[in-house]
Ligand binder design. Structure first.
Ligand code: PGA
Length: 228
């Protein structure tokens, strides 16, 4: 049975009260499919709320500093997550590249910091040149990283890529860079998740909007398992 990753990215959403309500509702579900690895990436201030969570998830963050710990006001260094349950870090999401001017060089610095802190970097790419840049600038990514393929037209639009296109992109990445996990992201829903999760070269999906509602997200997790 193929193990499938489902990564929920809350982006810049949820007050403390809303996050607590999500966790309470999600905790009511006991029958998690065993072949799904769930990762939730909330906003930073929610992380302590997940420490006592009674459900089987991995915790991730949506970004990290390109610098080590020290005098970098406003940044959170990868090494500062020591002693927390945060094990995954998203890097170079298209919204960060677009709104915060993240370059391939900055992505590479974030990868290096994350790998040396023992975290799993999930590097987001919408074209293969961005993967090539990771290979050139931060080859340590390939020790334990995952790519997240997110075509720009599909992110937050309600119009996903086709599973066949996503699989073809992932197949090409695999032939260029070797076997590493590749997720698809962009308008994934409970209705379409199985068609992505069952593709040969995809190891799972990343979910923005559909992760914000605990019932929809749980249904998506269950459906992801049904064809895996
Ligand atoms: P979406 O976001 O599910 O809301 O389209 C996906 C992503 O940001 O990768």
């Amino acid at each position: 049975m193929k193990s499938v990753v489902v990564l929920g990215n809350w982006k810049s959403n949820k007050t403390l009260a809303e996050a607590k309500a999500w966790i309470e509702a999600f905790s009511k579900h006991k029958d998690f499919p065993v072949n799904i690895q769930v990762i939730v990436c909330p906003a930073l201030h929610h992380i302590p709320l997940f420490m006592d969570a009674k459900f089987p998830i991995h915790l991730g963050v949506q970004d990290v500093s390109p610098f080590p710990a020290g005098s970098y006001t406003g940044a959170v260094a990868a090494s500062l997550f020591a002693g927390t349950q945060v094990s995954v870090v998203m890097i170079g999401h298209s919204e960060r590249r677009k709104h915060f001017g993240e370059s391939n060089e900055m992505v590479a610095e974030k990868v290096k910091q994350s790998v040396s802190a023992g975290m799993i970097p999930v590097v987001c790419i919408s074209e293969s040149t961005q993967a090539e840049a990771v290979k050139q600038l931060a080859p340590q990514f390939f020790q334990k990283g995952m790519f997240l393929y997110e075509p720009l037209f599909a992110v937050g639009s309600g119009t996903p890529d086709t599973p066949l296109n996503a699989n073809a992109f992932a197949a090409k990445l695999t032939s260029d860079f070797g076997r590493i996990p590749i997720l698809y992201g962009g308008s994934v829903t409970p209705e379409n998740v199985a068609s992505f999760a069952s593709q040969e070269y995809l190891s799972g999906v990343a979910v923005g909007k559909a992760s914000l509602d605990p019932e929809i997200f749980f249904q998506l997790i269950v459906n992801a398992s049904s064809r895996s």
